[in-house]
Design a protein around this ligand. Structure first.
Ligand code: SAM
Length: 365
């Protein structure tokens, strides 16, 4: 009997701890996948927790919806790309939040699925799109790119040292329409090399990153995520290869700094203020026991940061509050508005928030 593939969530305990999940909290899982992390977030944020789950893959949304059925009143699942995070949160009025998780890459459901073209374990059309709404497939890149461009793509996104040899062979062999045809072509180009990984691994990684615009999307999403976090909200990112981790590390470290002027600039001209505090200075990786249980976790790296609010942002939030109060239409008393204030200023409950607003105390922060 064929068993249904399942995805084992990576660094699960560490993720819940890094997100500082609390009862009644509001969270975004931008990479819902099979719903493994989401399920744990909902469990730890109960009672009263809410989760917005996003995945570009409609099949992942379907699988997660079934898995999270017990929490159907507390979840909102959206089949979109996380690069549109801000638009999605504005549309559903889901901000500010206590935590945002991005568990990058692919789930076992996608890697084991035999019709998506992500893996050379199955013969399938060279597709690799997370969503059929995307236009460019891996087959188009492989068959239409000039040799030099193809070599550059394989070198930069796959960190493959034999990129030129691989690209040359691909061009001779075109058209290449399937995963196994491509894997065999690469093997013929560079041989088995006696390494631990299959010679096609890095090229497949490069194609998947290019097809889904993964690096640019990640950079754009991190910037949006910070703006959606309430005061002391947590951003947690798990990455699986060095190109992604480098982006996450650079972003978090930069956002944790004040001035980011080039070294040697006599007077600060950037005006940059920190928006994050690093939660773990050293990257978190899985234990040997986890890797043994779930070999796919071996390259995982978790980084976490907490939202801090600068004097300027406090002033801006206070200004916004003033204009809400000035309207005197009672709008600010609405639970949604109050909740925004509560989270912006990390006030434990709505009633305390109401009290503090009445006393004008929030305005003095
Ligand atoms: C590693 S899996 C997540 C697994 C999940 N944490 C769990 O425990 O089941 C990554 C998921 O993120 C999705 N994904 C990757 N990039 C995305 C993007 N740019 N927008 C939305 N979803 C994305 C993939 O479709 C995949 O389902």
């Amino acid at each position: 009997m064929k068993s249904t593939p399942t995805h084992i969530p990576v660094l699960l305990e560490e993720t819940i701890k890094a997100l500082a999940v609390q009862p009644g909290g509001r969270y975004i899982d931008g990479t819902l996948g099979g719903g493994g992390h989401a399920s744990a977030i909902l469990e730890h944020s109960s009672p009263g927790g809410q989760l917005l789950g996003i995945d570009a893959d409609a099949e992942a949304i379907k699988a997660a919806r079934a898995r999270l059925e017990a929490y159907s009143g507390s979840i909102l699942l959206v089949n979109e790309n996380f690069v549109d995070l801000q638009t999605i949160c504005l549309k559903y009025d889901f901000f500010p939040v206590h935590g945002i998780l991005l568990d990058l890459g692919l789930s076992s459901l996608q890697l084991n699925g035999n019709n998506r073209g992500f893996s050379f374990q199955h013969d399938a059309p060279l597709d690799m799109r997370l969503s059929p709404r995307q236009e460019v497939t891996a087959a188009q890149l492989i068959n239409d790119y000039p040799e030099r461009e193809l070599a550059r793509l394989i070198r930069t996104l796959g960190e493959e040292s034999y990129s030129r040899r691989i690209a040359h062979r691909i061009v001779q062999e075109r058209p290449i329409k399937t995963t196994l045809h491509l894997a065999k072509t690469i093997e013929r180009a560079i041989g088995r090399r006696g390494g631990r990984i299959h010679p096609a691994t890095k090229t497949f990684q490069a194609l998947r990153i290019a097809v889904n615009n993964e690096l640019a999307n990640l950079e754009a999403t991190l910037k949006q995520a910070v703006k959606l976090l309430g005061f002391e909200g947590r951003l947690v990112v798990i990455s699986y290869h060095s190109l992604e981790d480098r982006i996450v590390k650079k972003f978090m470290h930069q956002e944790a700094k004040g001035c980011i002027c080039p070294p040697g600039t006599p007077v600060c001209v950037c005006g940059h203020t920190p928006s994050l505090r690093l939660v773990n200075k050293k990257v978190i990786t899985p234990s040997a026991a986890e890797v043994q249980l779930n070999p796919r976790s071996h390259s995982a790296k978790l980084r976490a940061a907490e939202r801090i609010i600068s004097q300027e942002e406090r002033a801006e939030a206070t200004e916004n509050l003033f204009s809400l109060l000035k309207r005197q239409d009672g709008n600010w008393k609405k639970p949604v508005q109050l909740n925004k204030l509560r989270m912006t200023f990390a006030i434990p409950s709505l009633s305390q928030c109401l009290e503090r607003v009445k006393e004008g105390e929030v305005l003095r922060i």
